[in-house]
Design a protein. Structure first.
Ligand SMILES: Nc1ncnc2c1ncn2[C@@H]1O[C@H](COP(=O)(O)OP(=O)(O)O)[C@@H](O)[C@H]1O
Ligand SMILES: O=C(CO)[C@@H](O)[C@H](O)COP(=O)(O)O
Length: 499
């Protein structure tokens, strides 16, 4: 039997899947690393911890592998998007990576609009200037850390840096590059116009490749450290959401994905890159060639639950924390949560908004708070579904992926709030599975990504909307939407008091 490895460099952990030619997951390894949050709005990680933890995970995988090591034929990657990794002339990391959920760059976004113009930016990149994207982070470093910027030779995204450390080869794939806000989306190349207008040296931008491209082999040092064969082929891989789409069979028009990882996303497959969503949703390259997707993002989806767990139930597992949500009725006994712990992207691009619990009552117990958090996250994702539906998309079925699918009540809640059939696939590791599919296709096991995805992915369970719950959630969603309107000004006044 032959195998491939899919590596998903997530925000909470790196998840490594060993997958055989039938799509069976032979091993699943997860190694976590911390977020560095020095101030409100800041979110960073040390790129070396990504590499160290990946190597430890690969060592463990090889240790438990009882086949011929050469039978692990290929590796590919999926990674948290937008994070800025700056390298100097010797390809050494210049500072911690500034991540997708870091919102310190509001001024830089305003500057981009001033210099480029909102309409022109949208027509080049198909996306608005949002704090999470890479370009504003690059401008922030130039303004606040000029000595670091002066030494920068290349910028990379997280999984590109990890891949560089495994292969010695530097490149970025289109699906991740489209999330930098520097890609000319229609031309599929770095935008000279944006670089010129913002005075950015185009040489900082790495060479572009397809997600399916073979970019080399692992280095001698990595082969020695992990025990992997030096003949293991390495394929570029893609943005976690692009890979999540591949790994959840979102490979044709009319298919929709909901992912609850640290962030939450709702994404929909597109065959063209010329539609106009007026920047209300993100519009990026898919990992499949000549394909695209539109996407709405909740910044703190799974993160809202992990924040609550860290603060109020540190020694419990997620499974223990959510074990009682089924005992709490729809609407959490009148408790509402908005998940704006680090600001928000869709539908409100707002870096100063923060989360709320509304309706706290003396009778509420911890389980009410847990259910309210899960409902609030799902309402936020429903805002994206609503944007898609308002633009004429039919959404009857949603494939659900990410850590959030580990809880059955949450999947039913998604069906009830989205008022759509929710499908859970055999692996909840959509992005890691997507990376494995890219490697399997690259190794020549299948003639298309779609054929591979059909062989590898099976439907495990389907959840149908329950009419009574749908009606209750429709009424609650209207109240949920009021909370943003009623709290946005209050939150602006609170900015001065934040850490
Ligand atoms: N048993 C569980 N029930 C419900 N949610 C869970 C469970 N386990 C993990 N989660 C959620 O999944 C999130 C992690 O998802 P994951 O897809 O691994 O994230 P990432 O790719 O961003 O690292 C956690 O923050 C938590 O909210
Ligand atoms: O910023 C985005 C998408 O635009 C996030 O979806 C990141 O890509 C991080 O993903 P997870 O770690 O939550 O999977």
């Amino acid at each position: 039997m032959k195998y491939v490895i899919g590596i998903d460099l997530g925000t909470s952990a790196v998840k490594i899947l060993l997958v055989d030619q039938k799509g069976t997951v032979a091993q699943e390894i997860s190694k976590d690393y911390p977020l560095i949050q020095e101030k409100t709005g800041y979110s960073e990680q040390d790129p070396n911890t990504w590499v160290d933890q990946t190597v430890v995970g690969l060592q463990e995988l090889v240790h438990h592998f009882d086949g011929q090591i050469e039978d692990i034929e290929g590796i590919s990657f999926s990674g948290q998007m937008h994070g800025l990794v700056l390298l100097d002339r010797s390809n050494e990391v210049l500072r911690p990576a500034i991540l997708w959920n870091d919102t310190r760059t509001t001024e830089q976004c305003e500057k981009i609009y001033r210099l480029i113009g909102e309409e022109r930016l949208l027509s080049i990149t198909q996306n608005p200037a949002l704090e999470g994207f890479t370009l504003p982070k690059l401008l922030w470093v130039r303004e606040h850390e000029p000595e670091i910027y002066a030494n920068a030779k290349t910028f990379l995204l997280p999984k590109d840096y990890l891949r560089y450390r495994l292969t010695g080869s530097i490149e970025m794939d289109y699906s991740d590059a489209s999330g930098t806000l520097l890609l000319d989306f229609k031309e599929n190349k770095w935008s000279k116009e944006l670089c010129n207008l913002l005075d950015i040296d185009e040489k900082l931008c790495p060479p572009l490749v397809e997600s399916t491209a073979e970019v080399g082999k692992i280095t001698v040092e990595v082969a020695e450290a992990t025990g992997l064969s030096m003949s293991t082929k390495v394929f570029a891989g893609g943005a976690d959401n692009a890979c999540g789409a591949i790994g959840s069979r979102i490979l044709e028009q009319g298919t929709t994905l909901c992912s609850i990882g640290t962030s939450g996303v709702v994404l929909s497959y597109e065959t063209e890159n010329t539609k106009d969503f007026h920047g209300k949703v993100h519009y990026f390259n898919h990992g499949a060639p000549d394909a695209y997707y539109t996407m709405g993002v909740t910044l703190a989806a799974g993160y809202s639950l992990s924040w609550f767990k860290d603060v109020f139930a540190k020694n419990e597992s997620f499974a223990e924390l959510v074990s009682e949500v089924g005992k709490v009725p729809v609407g959490s006994n009148g408790l509402l949560f908005t998940p704006y712990l680090v600001g928000e992207r869709t539908p409100y691009a707002d870096s100063s908004i923060r989360a709320s619990f509304i309706g706290m009552d003396g009778s509420h117990e911890r389980k009410d708070f847990v259910r309210a958090i899960m409902e609030g996250i799902t309402f936020s994702l429903h805002e994206s579904i609503t944007v898609f539906r308002d633009h004429g998309k039919e959404i009857n079925t949603v494939v659900s992926t990410g850590g959030g699918t580990k809880n059955e009540e949450w999947l039913q809640m998604q069906a009830d709030i989205f008022n759509a059939k929710v499908v859970k696939m055999s692996s909840e590791q959509g992005p890691g599975m997507g990376a494995a599919i890219l490697a399997a296709y690259g190794c020549g096991w299948f003639t298309s990504l779609k054929d591979c995805a059909e062989e590898f992915l099976k439907v495990e369970k389907e959840y149908y909307p329950i009419e009574d719950n749908v009606e209750k959630y429709k009424r609650l969603f209207v109240i949920y939407q009021e909370v943003y309107k009623q709290t946005s000004e209050i939150n602006k006044k609170l900015v001065a008091f934040r850490r």
